[in-house]
Design a protein around this ligand. Structure first.
Ligand code: F6R
Length: 605
């Protein structure tokens, strides 16, 4: 997380820095700051706590001049969200912005303290500025000083250095965290991603792990981790510079929920032609013995739903794990297995590290990503786009259902390749899948009902979500959405698991959201729901008309989804999960699109 930007321009850069930071605010919004070098060589900075708008306001009252600058939007790791902890961190003639974590900063701080050099902030990043200033004091040039500092750093970082009296110099370095160099017309740019640079240039060079770069207006020189000067390719990356708007919706989240019928339709048009599944060559499941799915948060839950599809439809054993556990667990992987990294951003540090762990150990790695220019897309053997379009709201909605749609296609392909589904059965399942966009459009009509239920949920301290089979991970997703948007404590459970402990939580004040389509598992889930009601739990049943009719009396409220979609119903049930969380957040007045403490791209582990 944290977004960084650097510009060597030919005009005043502070408005451009702020514009780029707007496009990086999804990476964090605890504080923001910019530093510039003006025509006299003076290095100055401005920093403000909270959203970027506070920095913009500050710059109106205390403008910064200069054609060279760096900027930062922060997701706090070390030290609270205060002005003194905000980036850029400056020590005398050097200012630094950083994304990542300097793991040995305590050791470096102690060394600096021995020399009488004391930090003013609690951050790991300030150590980088202090160390570089110390190297400059010893007579090193800016490039030498930055190199000497980089040689001491352990951990993950994308860094940009700006120097007093050096209006034509930016130094950049990356290890672990992503960093892109943009080429303009006698101007150079640096950014956490190509999206930040889109208004300025589409000519992008991605730095590789361990690289550091020296930028001047004449171009960029790059050195690899071994200190060899290297050439890195420059490509045209079209991410669109257009301003993204809410299209009349109150929040991006509402817009993104409403887009689902269209974007899922796009996914299916892309991957299914008639009765044929169209995937890149080489994705043959016949010889595979296992699928391993890894992701974080909502992306992990998409993989969790897909486990049911891979195992039930294709008879293919499927492991699913959160990336942060997978990467350090040293799981043995079969060279006949497929590894799928699921990620909206394609930059999530743990998911990327899990992908790197799997590389070379499995038959093939696949990156299921929404951002096609991301590190996971580039580093996987094969990238499959989830085609959700830009997702701005920090809480994932349409990216989740698009991930599910692509995973459903993959599971059907696996089932067909492995002879578990003949052509006729495949056609029948594809018919169910193709029904989903129209069913989603009907499900959107539940918005008003969800808003009414949300008034009730907004009063709760705790909410439980129950589901069975493929609806169990959707229950987990419902609880996750409610927590992150409304700050209400919520838990998802497999319905059958409730009586093994969590049922002790039930009393008349705990709303219990039960997901129970009228399918083969319906009676089992309804029995669990009865156990809740027998203990005065207040049930909100989400089912279809047949399910609601069959569920009996005593339910506090119900929401009826359309029938159809076959085994792919979990995609449909995601919609009330999203709307309940959304309207509960609206009722509570929380910041729906940028909930507290979160960031959209999680580039630290
Ligand atoms: C929840 C949410 C997060 C992300 C998670 C992974 O609404 O959005 O849980 O799903 O941080 O992010 P990506 O998919 O970018 O790897």
């Amino acid at each position: 997380m944290c977004g960084i930007i650097g510009i060597l321009g030919n005009h005043e850069v502070s408005p451009q820095l702020v514009d780029a930071l707007k496009r990086l605010e999804y990476r964090g919004y605890d504080s923001a700051g910019v530093a510039t070098v003006d025509a006299t060589g003076q290095l100055s900075r401005r920093r403000a706590v909270g959203k970027l708008v506070n920095l913009s306001d500050l710059l109106v009252h205390r403008p910064l001049t200069g054609h060279a600058g760096i900027g930062h939007t922060r997701w706090a790791t070390h030290g609270a969200a205060t002005e003194v902890n905000a980036h850029p961190h400056q020590s005398g003639p050097v200012a630094v912005v950083h994304n990542g974590i300097i793991e040995n900063f305590r050791e470096l701080r102690a060394e600096l303290a021995d020399r009488g050099i004391m930090p003013e902030s609690q951050t790991d990043t300030e150590t980088v500025a202090l160390l570089t200033a110390h190297h400059l004091d010893q007579g090193l040039s800016p490039v030498e000083a930055a190199r000497a500092t980089l040689a001491r750093l352990q951990g993950a970082f994308a860094l940009a250095f700006l120097f007093q009296d050096e209006p034509d110099l930016l130094i950049a370095a990356r290890k672990g965290s992503p960093l892109a160099v943009g080429h303009g017309d006698k101007e150079m740019y640096l950014g956490s991603d190509a999206v930040a640079l889109a208004p300025f240039t589409d000519r992008i060079t991605y730095l590789e792990d361990g690289d550091h770069a020296v930028l001047t207006r004449a171009g960029v020189q790059i050195w690899d981790a071994e200190g060899h000067q290297v050439h890195r390719a420059t490509a045209r990356i079209d991410v669109g510079a257009t301003v993204i708007d809410r299209a009349g919706h109150r929040h991006f989240m509402a817009k993104e929920i409403a887009e689902q019928p269209v974007v899922i339709g796009d996914v299916l048009n892309h991957y299914v032609k008639g009765d044929r599944i169209v995937l890149p060559d080489g994705l043959d499941f016949a010889g595979l013995d296992r699928v391993t799915l890894v992701g974080c948060g909502t992306a992990h839950l998409a993989g969790h739903v897909a486990k049911y599809w891979f195992e039930q439809l294709a008879g293919l054993p499927c492991d699913i794990d959160v990336a942060s556990e997978f990467r350090y667990r040293e799981p043995p992987l079969s060279d006949r297995s497929l590894f799928i990294a699921v990620s909206q951003s394609g930059e999530t540090a743990d998911t990327l590290a899990a992908l790197h762990y799997a590389r070379g150990k499995v038959a093939r790695t696949v990156g299921l990503v929404n951002v096609g220019t991301s590190a996971i897309a580039r580093d996987a053997d094969m990238a499959l786009p989830t085609l959700a379009g830009i997702e701005v709201s920090v809480a994932s909605s349409k990216a989740f259902t698009c991930q599910l749609a692509v995973l459903a296609v993959l599971a059907l392909k696996a089932a067909h390749d492995r002879g578990r589904l003949d052509d006729a059965a495949l056609t029948a399942h594809l018919r169910d899948l193709r029904a989903i966009p129209a069913l989603l459009a009907q499900a959107l009509a539940l918005a008003d009902d969800c808003r009414m239920q949300a008034d009730w949920l907004a009063q709760a301290r705790d909410v439980l979500y129950l589901g069975r089979g493929g609806l169990y991970p959707v229950a987990l997703e419902g609880a996750l959405k409610l927590k992150e948007l409304s700050y209400i404590h919520a838990e998802g459970y497999a319905s059958g698991e409730l009586k093994h402990g969590p049922i002790a939580l039930i009393d008349g004040d705990v709303p219990v959201v039960v997901l129970a389509p009228h399918d083969a598992l319906f009676d089992k889930t309804i029995s669990n729901m009865q156990e809740v009601m027998a203990r005065h739990g207040q049930v909100l049943l989400i089912s279809d008309a047949a399910g609601i009719a069959a569920a009996g009396d005593g339910i506090t409220a119900s929401l009826a989804l359309p029938t159809g979609g076959g085994v792919f119903q979990p995609i449909l049930y995601a919609v009330p999960m999203q709307y309940l969380a959304y309207y509960t957040a609206v009722a509570k007045g929380t910041d729906v699109d940028q909930p507290r403490n979160l960031a959209k791209s999680v580039t630290v582990e």
